[in-house]
Design a protein around this ligand. Structure first.
Ligand code: GTQ
Ligand code: FE2
Length: 365
């Protein structure tokens, strides 16, 4: 325990004092100030990457080995950040995972206070039913399952599907606000035709990041189609031919706010041969490479990536992204929460980072 050189009293009195304080269930702030009140965020999560070539064969093996039944609920492999002491979270505030469903399987209906988004990686034929509205899923689509909405996943097809799950679970857990309820039936009834929420009108995309007020209501639109996202990215890239990156945020068409109150979803396109400006952002980010190859430099370490790879940019890490081949990266972040609380910040770095190491999977953090 730290003792203060300027303290009065004998060493023995001090030792006794610290022992008594500790026994009383108290901790003196002066011994821990620097670790608590850091000049900038010091997330425990570290920059990390999960390559598709590693998780995909494991997800496939899980289809053969692990049935999904009530209780197990989901065939999901969570991204476990090695900085978080074994907790199954991608970052301190974000759950990231790969979920898969084999032919003619169904993942039972349930609801929970944590909100979720799905970004489809590969395959066709699954629909996620959200409060009675069956949302068909295709590669590159974003599907929302807002907090406390009933949801189940069904695969009536002969194919296998893989998608990315992003949830605010660690955030809701930190707030001690996790509630969960299984649906009385295996699947909830589908009401009317599929994809009813797509009738919602209004802009689906906005300039990233959305800086307006937080909407406590989630988006009534539950599916954002890849074709619309791609067309919007193309429009933006044509309008700004000199930019190295174009980005958009998926928004609630009613309010223009982030898709869920706790999670922002975006798509970043980095043009072939170009690099983004090095930037630090408050808040955690998980990225899923939809297409293209390249690398990111995160806190001086180089992470090479390609389609299906998933990686984490922890809060306040310096990050820049370079595309060898034009790349589209799906992104989730907790930024709506930081913005709503007035603690969001970002900082542009004056120069590209020096690369001091190269990330290889299987190595220790
Ligand atoms: O699909 O409902 O990755 O409830 C974690 C928790 C997926 C889901 C996850 C979940 C789900
Ligand atoms: Fe769920």
């Amino acid at each position: 325990m730290t003792t203060d050189a300027t303290a009065t009293g004998t060493d023995r009195e001090l030792d006794t004092f610290y022992r008594d304080v500790d026994a009383a269930g108290l901790t003196p702030l002066w011994t821990i100030t620097e670790e608590l009140l850091t000049p900038v965020p010091r997330p425990k999560a570290v920059p990390w990457l999960w390559p598709a070539r590693t998780y995909r064969p494991l997800a496939e093996r899980a289809i053969g080995l692990i049935p999904i039944e009530r209780g197990g609920e989901r065939r999901v492999l969570s991204l476990r950040n090695p900085g978080l002491g074994g907790r199954p979270y991608a970052a301190g505030t974000l759950w990231g995972a790969v979920q898969c469903l084999g032919p003619h399987e169904t993942a039972p209906a349930h609801r929970h206070t944590p909100g979720a988004i799905r970004f489809v990686i590969e395959g066709d034929g699954v629909f996620t039913t959200v409060n009675g509205d069956a949302c068909d899923m295709h590669p590159g689509d974003l599907v929302l399952t807002p907090g406390w909405a009933w949801h189940d996943h069904s695969n009536p097809s002969d194919g296998t599907m893989f998608w990315f799950d992003g949830l605010d679970l660690p955030m809701i857990e930190a707030l001690d606000g996790v509630f969960f309820e299984p649906h009385p039936d295996l699947n909830q009834p589908v009401e009317g035709p599929h994809n009813r929420s797509e009738a919602v009108t209004g802009p689906r995309f906005a300039d990233a990041p959305v800086t307006g007020e937080l909407d406590p209501e989630p988006s009534p639109l539950l599916v954002y189609r890849w074709a619309d996202t791609a067309a919007e990215l193309d429009r933006r890239a044509e309008a700004r031919p000199d930019d190295s990156e174009v980005e958009l945020e998926y928004v609630n068409p009613r309010s223009g706010a982030s898709v869920l109150p706790t999670l922002a979803c975006g798509m970043h396109r980095v043009i072939a041969g170009r690099s983004t400006a090095p930037l630090r952002r408050a808040g955690n980010q998980v990225r899923v490479v939809h297409r293209g190859h390249g690398h990111s430099v995160i806190d001086g370490r180089r992470f090479d990536w390609g389609p299906g790879d998933m990686f984490v940019v922890p809060s306040w890490a310096a990050a820049e992204h370079h595309a060898a081949e034009t790349a589209d990266m799906f992104t989730i972040s907790d930024s709506p929460v930081l913005r709503a609380l007035g603690i969001y910040r970002e900082q542009r770095l004056p120069a590209p980072q020096q690369v001091t190491s190269v990330f290889r999977t299987g190595e220790d953090a």
